[in-house]
Design a protein. Sequence first.
Length: 260
Amino acid sequence: MTHINPNEIDLLYSDKKDADFWKRNAREHGRLYWVRAMTTCAFEEGPATPASLAPGSPSPAVRAGLYKALARAFRYADEALARDVSSGAFRRDAASAVSVLGKAPVVDEGLSLLAVFEGLNPEDVLDHLQTKHTRLFYDSYMPFVPPYESIYSHEQQMNGARAERAREIYRQGGFPIPAEEMVDHISVELDCLAHLLGQQGSAEGAEGLASSLLFDHLVRWAGKFCADVENLSGSEFYRGAAMILRGALSLEEKGREGGA
C-alpha cells in the first residue's frame, strides 16, 4: 500500500478513535479494497455500457431469482432467511439459479460453505447470522466492510455521486427504494437488479436499465466488496454468499464479452 499522510486521515475521519486506528493500522489493512478507495482519490469511470444485455443472455427471470436471493443474504437476517439456510432451500435455490450463467470454481466453493448450516437449529442460525452481520458490516470496531458503492468508488463519503446515479436508475425502473437503507447498499442494488430483470419483456427500458446497473455499477465495485468480505468475515455464510456473488458477476462479464 502507498504511504498515507496522517493529515489526510484526519480529514477523512471526524471520529478521533477511527483516525487513530487507521494511522496505526492502515498499512496492515491495505489489502482491503475499501481502505485503498478511502485513502486515494482516483477513480476510472470507464466507458458507458450499451443499453442492452449480451445477445442470448441466460433467462432474466432465473437471474432475477439469483440476485434476489443474494440481496437477502446481505441484509440483516430475519427468521425466514435463517429457516431457508437451515433447511438448505437457500443453497439449492442459489445453486440452481447461478448455474444458468455457467461454471466457476469460486461459486462451487461458496455453495459448499453454505451447506455447513444445513440441519442446524434455525434459531441458532439466526443468532449467528445477525451477530456476524453486525460485526462484519456495522461494528464500531475497525476494521469492518462498508457495503456501499460510494465508499468503493473513491468518493470518501456516503451517498455520493454514484449513489445518485443508482437512485436515478431506480426511479426510471419504478423500483421502490427501501427507507431503511442507503440507495447504494449492496442489497438495494441487487434487489433493484432483480426487479429490472423480472420486468424485462413487460416494461419498456428495463433491459437497458438492468444492463447499466449491472455493468456500470455492480460489476465495477461489488467484486472488490466481496473480496473484502472474504478477507474479514468470520462466518461461512457471508464468505459463501460473497464468493457466489463474485463468481456470478465474473460470469456475467464473460457472457457480455462473449456476446459482444
